[in-house]
Structures are given as C-alpha cells and as structure tokens.
Design a protein. Structure first.
Length: 628
C-alpha cells in the first residue's frame, strides 16, 4: 500500500495526466479530532450568535494540509489537470468556497462530489465518471486520499494509481483521548474542547516539527492549560462584576498576555493592568505588629543560608544588628540557619527590640509607598477589582487587604488564581474572596496532587522577563517598584521566552475559530490540563533530562538555586546511599528524577528498609566504637 510522500508523488506525477485529491482530511483538515465532532458545534458551540450552517461550520474548522497543497501546486506547475473528488452532502460551489478559503485556486468544474453527480467514491462510480468526463483512461490517473477502502482499494481496482495520505490526526503522537479515564464524565462542551485541542496538537506537531523543545512545550502543554484558565477567568470576571483586573507580577505577565489576546473574542470584559508585586514586597508592608503570622513570614524559607540574609532580604543591614544577632545565639551574621535550633534562634532575633523596631518602621514606610503606588495604578478608583496570579496560598491578596484595611475608599478585592491550596480555607473563613481554577482550596484532590507534584514547573512557565520586586522607593514624589536582578541565566531566559512564544501561538490558533471559542474552552479543567499532566506525571526521558536541568531559586537568599531534577555524580550515588535518598526527598520533580535514572531509583526504593537498618547500625558503631 503506497503511502503519500512528496518524492513518491513526483514519481507517479510523471506517469499521470489527471491527479485527483480527496477534499476532507486530505486537501484540507478539520480542526476537530474526529469528523463527527464537528456537529457538536451545531448543537453546543457558540461560534456566532446565530446558528451556523454546515458550510459556515466547515469554513471555520478547515485549514489546508501543507503537504497536499505543495503536491497540488506541483501538479499544476507540471501541466497536469488537478481535480477534487469527495463523498459529501455539500454542493460543488460550497466545496469550492471551502477550498478557496484554504488557498486552493480551483474552479467549480474541477470539483466532483456525490451530492451533485449521484455517484460515490465507495462504489467506484464517481471515479469512472471523472475518468470519462476528463477523457482520461484510469491508467493515466492518480488519486490521493486517506480512506483505505474508498481512496485506495476501490480506485486501484479500476486501474487508478493511488497514494494513501494518513490523516494528520493519526500521524501525530497526540491522537488519543486527552482526558484518559475521564472521557465518559465530560460534558458535551468538554468533549468538544477536547476534540479541538487534540486536533490542534496534531496539526501543530505536523506543521511545526522543526520547533524547538521549549516552543513545543509552550504550544502543546502550556498553551491548552493557559487558554482554559483564561477562558474560566473571563467568565468569573463577568460574573463577579469586576471593574478592572490586576495581574500580579511576575507570574501574571504571561497570564495578562493571554487575557489581552482572548479578550478580543468577547465583549463586556474589564480592562487589565499589570501590578508590580511580590510576596516579599507586599507581606512586609502588611506587618503592623510582630505576631505569629508575621514572624512566620520573616523566618520563612528552606534554610541553609546565613542568618544575616534574613535581614538583608527585607532591606535591613545585618552589620547594623550584629549585637542582636549574637544575642539571638548566632556566632555572626554569616552563620547558617539549620534545623529547628536555627529556627529558634531566628525567632529570637526578630523578637530583639532593636530588630523589631526596625522591622516595624520599615514596614510602615513601605506601606506608605505601596499605597501611593496602588493609587497611581488606579486601584482606589474602582469599587471592585480582580487580582490574578498563580495563587497557591494567596498570601499576596491577604497582605494587600491588610495594607488597605484602614483605607476608607478601599475596593472590594476578588482573587482569581491558577490554583489554591487547603491553606486558604482559614482566609476564606475570615471573609477573603478567592477562587482557584485547577484546584480550589485543595479540591479536587487529583488536581491538587498534580499541582504539588511539580508546582515549580508552573512557576517556570509563568516566569516574567524582569527581576522580583523587592520593595518600593520614591523618586521625585512618585512611588516606584524596586526590581532585583533577573535570576534566570541567559539560556534559561531564552527557554522561558520560547515557551511564551509557543503559548501565544496556541492562543492565536484558538482565536482563528472566531467568537465563541472562549465559551467552548471554558469547560472542565482536566481538558486543558491533560497534556501538562502527562508531562509532569509521565515524562519521556528527553523531557525529564532537559527540564530537569533548569534551575529554580529557593525561597531565601540571592543566588541560591537548585536544578529541578538533577542527578548527583554516579560515584557519589554508589558510595553513599544517603546521597540518593536525600536527592529523592529534596527533589522538586520526583517523577522526572525517577525517569532520568530508573534503575538506581528502583534499587534504592526496594532496598529502603535494609538501607535504613544498615545506616542505623553504622551510626551505632560510630557512636559506640567499643561495642560489637
């Protein structure tokens, strides 16, 4: 069974006078995964306020197949007659409209359809009719199509040379249910969105096979996720009567780009603005006393950095507080904070009178500057605002509301986040208004598990192109954000920007469906999350290797970074079981790490009880060398 390639087409071109092409799934491709899925548009889609005719539907869904288009042009250039043949209810004029809309400059006389002639490809009669009308014996004809029986077995039986063109949807690696295990529970809109996204993945994999790894990741994994989130966000903003949506830096930068683009497909949406913010820059101004929550923020971080850095990161000079640092139990500002004892010393440090007074004075000054900055950005001119960010614990919204609590004309703030963890339940009980997209206060649990398995990947995808906001300063009476240096290396920043290009490419393709695509994509989160869920939980070795080498900044300390799923030297792993166990316990991305070195991981996991027993015995022998 000869398959279509350009070289194979050139060979049979020389032996043929008439070249016929099937229309659907050959000359043009529908942007749904199965032909039957297009009728969901007529029943459930809202591509136009009025109902779509079948022709209008096909015009919206069809794009040209680049390889077949190239073959069509080669046939015309070689002086051959090119015709189109199809079993369809559409008229020749309708098919001509579709083909011309996809770039084929074809006359109506070169289109043969079953609805017009009353004959079908499947019976073979339509091929015979074309042969007679063209005055060309079947032996001098060639046909390109995708259906094994109608486009290969039947025409070959009457002497026509054939090349079988696989449907693009079957050629790409994404030809499978996007929501495996959930398909039966999807709504009609969810099934339609799944079909559209699946077909877009396939078409992109076919058209853009030379894309870089990061652009593919942006289009195929991050694109559906962020398009779905943005469509959900648009509905929520309308529902809650939000007057202005504020996207918080830095995770909100790409989110604002997707919102601004898709906003063109909908009416009645609020304008969007970008606020320079960070957990550090907003939590500090919210401090009005040093209670448990405030101390928790000041002492937050993974540890392993000098005690003085906990002061310098909020803008205090450690050298000025050296006596307080020593009284708290540290030998010097350079002593590393380690373990529970280190945390106790850190708490004592911030309770020192000199340090506490300096923190409260700094917080008051930053509170004044933050209010001035927010006023300049129009926050106080709205009655109800939306805050958009990646979310998780919603500390930025909590801090903002604390800063604005004694303002008379403060707006109502509603938070819209990619996901929120169970920690927000306490904030919700206290009246804070916030919602999560993939998981809301930790529900559903499978999406919470996905987010917590590799939340650093979401933050990497949403990385901004500027450094973190460390606070605010006043220049000529105007409050402005202070930006830290960008922590990404040049190569990692390029990767982030390529991911962004892929995401915006996906958004652009979504917009080509026209009005109403946002309503379709606003369905179950699992549809948009399916491809990134596969990446996180079941990565390929190549994905794990490339992504695993990216660096992530720790909570505390400038320049303190770790790779997302990096392997230690082989010699170290073999010599000391602790190395592998520690890496497993501390890895940002455990499935990626396991994929990179499955054999070693499997050995360690299976031997874990024995390894622990061995280590305990070793420690006992070290502690009591005279005992045997």
């Amino acid at each position: 069974m000869p398959e279509f390639t350009i070289n194979e087409f050139k060979r049979i071109l020389q032996q043929s006078s008439v070249i016929s092409f099937s229309v659907f799934d050959t000359a043009v491709c529908r942007r749904v995964r199965s032909p039957a899925d297009r009728f969901y548009f007529l029943r459930h889609g809202r591509l136009e306020p009025q109902a779509l005719s079948e022709l209008e539907l096909e015009m919206r869904l069809c794009v040209r197949n680049p390889e077949i288009f190239e073959a069509y042009r080669l046939a015309l250039k070689d002086g051959k007659r090119a015709v189109f043949i199809e079993d369809t209810r559409l008229s020749p004029r309708d098919v001509q409209t579709i083909l011309r809309g996809c770039g084929y400059d074809v006359e109506q006389g070169s289109i043969y359809v079953s609805s017009d002639i009353g004959l079908t490809k499947k019976s073979g009669k339509l091929f015979e009719s074309v042969s007679r009308e063209a005055g060309c014996p079947p032996q001098r004809m060639a046909h390109i199509g995708w259906n094994h029986y109608s486009d290969h077995v039947v025409p070959e039986s009457i002497g026509i040379k054939t090349l079988l063109n696989k449907r693009i949807q079957e050629m790409a690696p994404y030809f499978r249910p996007a929501c495996e295990g959930r398909g039966s529970g999807l709504s009609a809109k969810g099934r339609l969105a799944e079909s559209i996204i699946g077909s877009m993945m396939s078409l992109h994999a076919f058209r853009c096979s030379a894309d870089t790894f990061w652009r593919k990741l942006g289009y195929e994994c991050a694109g559906p996720m962020l398009a779905s989130f943005t469509c959900w966000l648009m509905r929520m903003l309308k529902k809650d009567g939000i007057e202005c949506a504020y996207f918080l830096s830095r995770d909100g930068q790409l989110l604002k780009m997707t919102y601004d683009a898709l906003r063109e497909c909908e009416e009645g949406l609020p304008p969007a603005r970008y606020l320079y913010s960070s957990r550090r820059a907003w939590n500090l101004p919210a401090i009005k006393k040093l209670g448990d929550d405030e101390l928790l923020f000041l002492c937050s971080g993974r540890g392993g950095v000098p005690a003085g850095m906990y002061l310098s990161r909020i803008g205090l000079d450690p050298a000025a507080f050296e006596p307080s640092i020593r009284r708290a139990g540290f030998r010097s500002p350079a002593e590393t904070v380690c373990g529970p004892r280190g945390r106790e010393k850190l708490l004592r440090l911030f309770k020192e009178d000199a340090v506490a007074e300096a923190v409260l004075a700094l917080a008051a000054d930053q509170r004044r500057l933050l209010r001035s900055y927010l006023a300049r950005e129009g926050v106080f001119s709205h009655g109800r605002i939306g805050l958009v960010d990646v979310g998780w614990n919603c500390t930025s919204q909590y801090s903002l509301e604390a800063v604005l609590s004694d303002e008379r004309a403060r707006p109502e703030a509603y938070g819209y986040y990619f996901g929120t963890f169970p920690t927000v339940l306490r904030l919700l009980e206290n009246g804070m208004r916030c919602r999560g997209f993939i998981c809301d206060a930790g529900q559903p649990e499978d999406m919470l598990r996905l987010a917590t398995t590799f939340e650093e990947l979401f933050e990497f995808i949403l990385s901004g192109d500027h450094g973190a906001v460390t606070g605010y300063i006043e220049e000529r009476g105007i409050a402005k954000p202070v930006l830290d240096r960008l922590e990404h290396s040049p190569s990692q920043l390029r990767a982030v920007m390529e991911v962004r290009q892929g995401v915006m490419g996906f958004i652009k393709d979504c917009m080509s469906f026209g009005p109403g695509i946002t309503d379709i994509l606003d369905c179950e989160p699992c549809v948009g999350m399916a491809y990134i869920e596969r990446l996180i939980m079941r990565p390929t070795w190549r994905e794990a290797s490339i992504i695993g080498e990216m660096e992530h900044s720790e909570d505390v300390g400038k320049g303190k970074k770790r790779k997302l799923a990096s392997l230690p030297p082989l010699k170290a792993m073999l010599c000391d079981p602790h190395v592998m166990l520690n890496i497993l316990n501390e890895a940002f991305w455990v499935p990626g790490l396991k994929k990179r070195l499955p054999l070693v991981i499997d050995v360690y996991e299976r031997a874990l009880p024995e390894v622990r027993a061995c280590v305990r015995k070793l420690y006992r022998s070290i502690a009591r060398p005279n005992e045997t």
